[in-house]
Design a protein around this ligand. Structure first.
Ligand code: KIV
Length: 296
């Protein structure tokens, strides 16, 4: 038997579910928007308990939970399983499912079909896609047209990091920054409800913010954005190494996990576990009867 499922985590009973109008209002009021990734039930429960606004089942799952060294190998089927698990852990944040590489590039029809599966099979409220060129903007417009809210993503877009020259900051020349500005504007114009700015110099972000009318969520894009997103495993230290420069680490859970499993292994080897408090009792009379049965 495994540990007890569905541990109740306290949450503010008065907190209202996040909606697109509430998100737009937060932006208007200058109230910072909090977004975090989650990939399963416990990470979603942590996001819920913290009262975050937006939860992204990111295709970063490829690296954080599936052990790949890039985001491109994660499949739609993987994302559906992870997003459905996160859904079961959430009540109030808006749940956004990342469209994985290969699941929306072919055509607007493919993009709509994938987005529908994220909503119908995993319970996502919205989807996110990467890139702001003519094709991603067209996919975003098509999905929005089908009634599914879309979050855009510009700057460092890991699915196309090879074409971008690697996992590095984007928009460091005037031309490259102007291209990011055009992409963000195209996504806004396509009807995206928000856009992620990833790995963009803070001063460039500041220049672009005045052109944006939808919430901008930054990751490695400085403090000027309407909100921030971090990858769950990065901020909690569930990884080897420190991760990108923009990550602030709030815990060292990988070290805790390593120490916990090592202590358990030591206890088993030293026969310290299980102790009497971890065992089930049986009526001595039943035991007597069993002995008789076994020797009969
Ligand atoms: O996949 C992901 O986790 C993301 C965030 C970094 C925005 O796209």
């Amino acid at each position: 038997m495994s540990s007890h499922p569905h541990v109740e985590i306290p949450q503010d009973p008065g907190r209202l579910p996040m909606t697109l109008p509430r998100l737009a209002e937060k932006r208007r009021l200058g109230d910072p928007i909090v977004m975090v990734t989650a990939y399963d039930y416990p990470s979603a429960r942590a996001a819920e308990a913290a009262g975050v606004d937006l939860v992204l089942v990111g295709d970063s799952a490829a690296t954080t939970v599936l052990g790949y060294n890039a985001t491109t190998p994660v499949r739609l089927e993987d994302m559906l399983v992870l997003a459905a698990a996160a859904r079961r852990g959430l009540k109030t944040p808006l749940l956004i499912g990342d469209l994985p590489f290969g699941s929306y590039e072919v055509s607007d029809q493919q993009a709509i079909a994938t987005a529908v599966r994220m909503v119908q099979e995993a319970g996502c409220d919205a989807v996110k896609l990467e890139g702001g060129g003519p094709a991603p903007a067209s996919r975003a417009r098509a999905i929005v047209g089908a009634g599914i809210p879309v979050m855009g993503h510009v700057g460092l877009t890991p699915q196309t990091s090879t074409a971008l020259g690697g996992w590095k900051a984007q928009g460091r020349t005037a031309g490259a920054a102007a291209q990011i500005a055009a992409q963000a504007a195209a996504l806004q114009e396509a009807g995206c409800f928000a856009v992620v700015f990833e790995a963009i110099p803070a001063a460039v972000t500041e220049e672009l913010m005045g052109r944006m009318e939808i919430p901008v969520i930054g990751i490695g894009a400085g403090p000027a954005t309407d909100g921030q997103v971090l990858v769950f495993h990065d901020l909690l230290g569930i990884r080897e190494g420190l991760g990108p420069r923009f990550v602030k680490r709030y815990a060292d859970i990988q070290a805790e996990m390593n120490a916990g499993v090592a202590a358990y292994a030591e206890d088993v080897r030293a026969r310290r576990y299980p102790g009497p408090e971890h065992t089930y009792k049986v009526d001595p009379a039943e035991l007597e009867e069993l002995r008789a049965l076994l020797t009969a």
